[in-house]
Design a protein around this ligand. Structure first.
Ligand code: MN
Ligand code: MN
Length: 285
């Protein structure tokens, strides 16, 4: 692991902490703008610019039991080995009773994390926030890619255990597949949909994956494949708050791509999202 300062509010030592924040700086299959490998480092760096206290939740990171483990060291040129490394680390966290909170990296890093989550929680359900369906059977001949990752998740857990929200881009085949096989909620933000999902996953072990491009590029331009017509940051926050009380056993935020923007708008949004997700889902006062 490499450290470059920890996320704000992180414990000094891992001992006794429940949530394990870590970076998976992998962008080996990125098709448009590469650079999500720099996401975790930048999110951590800009986290110094936000408060540990959430007025909306009236909770503070200082009272949450989490530790920032730094970034995994991944071989960029070897996707198979990189994904194995992520899966092994996630396994070790689940074995220790910890809740992984992964920072990508491109969306493919979700696959090994979900593999490890499913091994620990066979009844696992997955909730995906994304502009893209990511349901291609293959992408340019490759079965494992940021554009196929949710299809691989369906192969793993079954379409009835995947909930997809915010989707506004994909092929006709992906949309047909989603409508037939997954819990598919494309398009604009809608609070009623979020409450429906919260009800459907209540009491079940849930893995949440947030592809930052679910947010409109006006608010989150720093991402690998921006897609116009998206959610506002507040809509995404409200969507997360709507899921309060569900049993989140793991989560991630992916596709933050610092080289794709001038400035830190997207990284700052991601840092606040980390805080709000930690404070919404982690145990503590
Ligand atoms: Mn995605
Ligand atoms: Mn996406």
């Amino acid at each position: 692991m490499t450290h470059a300062g920890r996320f704000i509010g992180s414990a000094e030592e891992p001992a006794g902490t429940a949530v394990a924040l870590f970076g998976a700086p992998f962008d080996g299959t990125t098709s448009f703008v590469p650079g999500t490998r720099f996401g975790p480092h930048r999110i951590r760096e800009v986290s110094d610019g936000i408060e540990t206290y959430s007025p909306r939740l009236d909770r503070d990171l200082e009272s949450i039991s989490f530790y920032d483990w730094g970034d995994l060291e991944l071989p960029y040129g070897n996707p198979v080995a990189a994904l194995e490394r992520i899966e092994d680390f996630a396994h070790s966290l689940f074995d220790a009773g910890r809740t992984p909170f992964m920072l990508g990296g491109e969306h493919l890093v979700t696959l090994p994390a979900v593999r490890a989550a499913r091994a620990a929680f066979p009844e696992l359900v997955v909730v995906q926030f994304d502009a893209h369906a990511d349901l291609r059977e293959d992408y340019m001949g490759e079965p494992d890619s940021h554009a196929t990752v949710m299809r691989r998740v369906v192969d793993l857990v079954g379409g009835d255990r995947l909930f997809q929200v915010g989707i506004r881009s994909g092929t006709r085949e992906e949309f047909q597949y989603g409508r037939r096989h997954t819990n598919f909620f494309p398009g604009a933000f809608d609070m009623a949909t979020m409450y429906r999902i919260a009800e459907a996953v209540a009491g079940r072990p849930v893995y949440i994956t947030v592809d930052i491009d679910v947010v409109d590029p006006a608010f989150a331009p720093g991402t690998g494949t921006p897609e116009a017509g998206g959610w506002t940051p507040n809509e995404l926050f409200e969507a997360i708050y709507a899921l309060a009380g569900i049993d989140v056993i793991g989560c991630d935020i992916v596709e933050v791509c610092p080289p794709a923007e001038h400035g830190v708008i997207t990284s700052l949004l991601a840092a606040k999202l980390v805080r709000e997700m930690l404070l919404t889902f982690a145990d503590g006062p």
